[in-house]
Design a protein around this ligand. Structure first.
Ligand SMILES: [Zn+2]
Length: 364
């Protein structure tokens, strides 16, 4: 049974606490969490038990988190929404009693909050990146992705391939994969003219395939599996998490000040984000995601792993998927069992497959 049986959206206004911007949003219950969703996607996820009532003018309900370091607020002026929100937040009025009793504690809390922000920025960012990543608004992640994107193209000295027939085949393939993935956000998938056999996801739902990977692939299932795996990284926001981990303090500050685009920070990170590896857990989760997509398409998930095996045999270890996607026998056997049903139609016809592989040829 849902905690909030009324199906009418809980319309609220979201304030991030850093700017004066008031965003229309809605709140949704997800277990013990209250998920705040803006026009561009999720803004934050608050533990319901930690939500407190804040000072507000008459007739307005203003809520925030008990943790003083959390600056975000939500507001509701509709009495019906107010009473539903109140019913969803068991600790709503706890802070009011505490505040009345111990005003000086607020000052201590503020100092503690400031100290914890500094400590977080300096020492703990790599450790808390896992927890920060889901809180970064998708709109920020997209801006960040656009900034990193320029660096990536420079690093690979590659151009985006656009032979019309190849683009059409890629669009067709992506249409089928995205329908099976059901990510709910548009993905940007492009092929870079570069002989390195690689594929990667950038923050902001951008995925790149290298021409070299298409050249090594033997069938659409292999490429579809790789793309599905990268969508898994995008869905889990792994690229953002990795950027948070590797960027540390300077990255966090740049993000807070909203001035990432064009800053030197990203110049440093463009290369780093491609060189560092995801964790084994992130890879396992992306494989599982790919397995679900391929199963949904009725196609085998193992060809992606077989492509990696071939590359392991062929390619220098300096490059490519081998480094960013450490391969293991475990992954192969898990992918083999991920998609037992293989009765789906081929993802591309032979002609379409050849067109995709030729997407970087100037003839089109
Ligand atoms: Zn991966």
């Amino acid at each position: 049974m849902s905690a909030d049986s009324d199906a009418t959206p809980l319309a609220i206004v979201f304030l991030d606490g850093l700017s004066a911007r008031r965003r229309p949003a809605r709140a949704e219950v997800d277990g013990g969490q209250l998920v705040l969703i803006g026009e561009d996607g999720p803004l934050a996820s608050w533990p319901r038990a930690d939500i407190r009532r804040l000072e507000a003018p008459d007739g307005l309900l203003r809520l925030g988190l008990a943790d003083a370091a959390q600056l975000a607020r939500i507001e509701a002026d509709d009495p019906a929404v107010q009473s539903r929100l109140a019913a969803l937040c068991p600790g709503l009025d706890r802070s009011m009693r505490d505040e009345r009793r111990a005003v000086p504690r607020i000052i201590l809390w503020s100092l503690a909050a400031a100290l914890s922000l500094v400590l977080t920025a300096v020492l703990l960012v790599p450790l808390v990146a896992d927890r920060l990543a889901p809180l970064v608004p998708l709109s920020w992640e997209r801006r960040l992705g656009a900034a990193v994107d320029n660096q990536v193209r420079a690093v690979f000295s590659g151009k985006v391939c656009g032979a019309p027939a190849g683009k059409a085949a890629l669009a067709l393939l992506m249409g089928r994969i995205e329908a099976a993935a059901g990510l709910g956000r548009p993905l940007k998938v492009e092929v870079l003219s570069n002989s390195i056999p690689n594929a990667f996801a950038l923050p902001g739902d951008r995925i790149y395939l290298m021409e070299g990977l298409l050249a090594k692939a033997r069938n659409p299932d292999e490429i579809a599996g790789v793309i599905a795996h990268e969508i898994g990284h995008a869905a889990h926001r792994d690229a953002l998490r990795r950027l948070l981990q590797s960027g540390g303090t300077s990255f966090l500050l740049g993000l807070l000040f909203g001035d990432v685009t064009g800053s030197g920070i990203v110049i440093l990170l463009g290369r780093q984000i491609l060189d560092s590896s995801y964790s084994r857990d992130a890879e396992t989760a992306a494989d599982a995601y790919a397995g679900r997509i391929m199963a949904g398409l009725g196609r085998p998930a193992a060809p992606m792993a077989e492509l990696l095996v071939r590359l392991t045999g062929e390619e220098d270890r300096r490059y490519g998927l081998l480094r960013s996607h450490p391969f293991s026998q475990d992954r192969l056997s898990r992918l083999r069992s991920a998609s037992p049903r293989q009765d789906g139609a081929p993802l591309l016809s032979d002609d379409q497959w050849q067109a995709l592989r030729g997407i970087c040829s100037s003839q089109g």
